[in-house]
Design a protein. Sequence first.
Lengths: 399, 105
Amino acid sequence: MASDERAGGIVHRRNHDVLVVGGGIIGTSIAYYLSKRRIDVGVVEKGYLGSGCSGATAGLVGAAMRTPVNYALLAERSKELYAELSVNLGREIHYERCGMIWTFRTPATLKKGATVIQLNGAAGIDISHVDRAGVSDLEPHLSTDTILGAAFCPTDGRIDPFATLRGLAAQIRNQGGSLYFNTRVLRVEPGRRTVRLVTSGGVFEAPKLVIAAGIWSPLICQSMGIGLPLRPVRGQVLITQRMPRLFTHVISPAISQCWRGNIILGFSSEEVGYDNRNTFSALQSIAADIILKSPELRNARIIRSFSGLRPMPFDGYPLLDQLPGHRNIFVASTHSGIALGQAIGDYMAQWIAEDKKDRMLDDYSLRRPSLAETPRPYRAAGEEGYSIGRRGGARCVAP
Amino acid sequence: MPKSDETLVICRCEEVTKAEILEAIREGCRTLDEIKRMTRAGMGLCQGRTCSYLISQILQHEGVLSEGDATPMKVRFPLRPVTLEAIALGAENVTEWQAMNEREG
């Protein structure tokens, strides 16, 4: 029976077959595919549905331009599952295969892009090179002055992340699972047969545990004396009011006009710890960059900024594995959760429920050597603070 | 059978009705920020200025909150709509920014 519980005091809670910590796209997707396999699943979330990075995203679902090829194919699998999801959930998730464009503005990126196009194309991904005129045809409102070339994938696109999370949560309940919000994990007590989750809302027990808590996964693992090679990388975003249709495709990384008409603009990549504030420096830079790319957007009215902390593993690739020494505790955390979420959900659910680990998960072991390397740091986007008094930026908005 | 006032539009900017807000509350939403995300109420031009109080009244009426307990929706820049150009004034490091975008994609 489904129940979402909010309670103070330490009480013994209903037991489940599998507990999932994290109510974002990864946690709810895994829980959805587990409950689809008739597993009694409980999702434990310290905030509300999508209160982490999954609620601060542009909702992009893309496979092309990912390397290596297996990583792109993982995203392709996710696209396949998204295509069925509205029907399976009985809810509209606004999955649009609107297409995605990557522009190259330097000889170096053009060359690198050509290599990726060739590698991905050879693996059957629908990606092709487009020249400057072709970009103009695809997106007349993009300025092509500085574009040397571009990559185009007609089947990449986007979802509405909130509608998707809401639909997944509802179906988890329909399929007998439960979601517990405002329930923070205080500590994990591992055990060979039973894992005990001590939370702010009581004690849960289950034979198996999944840690899908995004940037909070390392802290949960730390409580078990295990280091997880993942840190937050902030992405800041601007969003316009609803506007007449200007852009059809997603223009990576930066311009996506969603189904409602708002245009999402971004993004930064900054390593600032667990700080999800917005900064003038980053927002100004985004704004100036977008105006260069599409001058007619200069008069677009911005109604909101927001900021998400991407769960970024040290080598940039998902962490999908059992914890060392704990065959019944799994971790599933990554950036690009929206894009990869359905494939991760299904493959992890299969592994957890049926003890069958798909080969697609092989590359995402916690033991891979690339995780031991020191990650290249993402710099903060300039200094924080109100910088309108400084005039150095005037040249960036020349008409 | 919906009550007669459930077709009332609570969020004028995004045209969200009372029925949709009640549905979100039934699904477990307890705060303005949650209702905003699940229904889009508060995501429009006025960013919740018109509907926040109405939604908090609905939450109280449904017994979810005591009077005055509603946490306001989180406020972020800008406080009122501003043009992209107005924000861009003062941007100093666009080339560095573009280099980062090209690198990170």
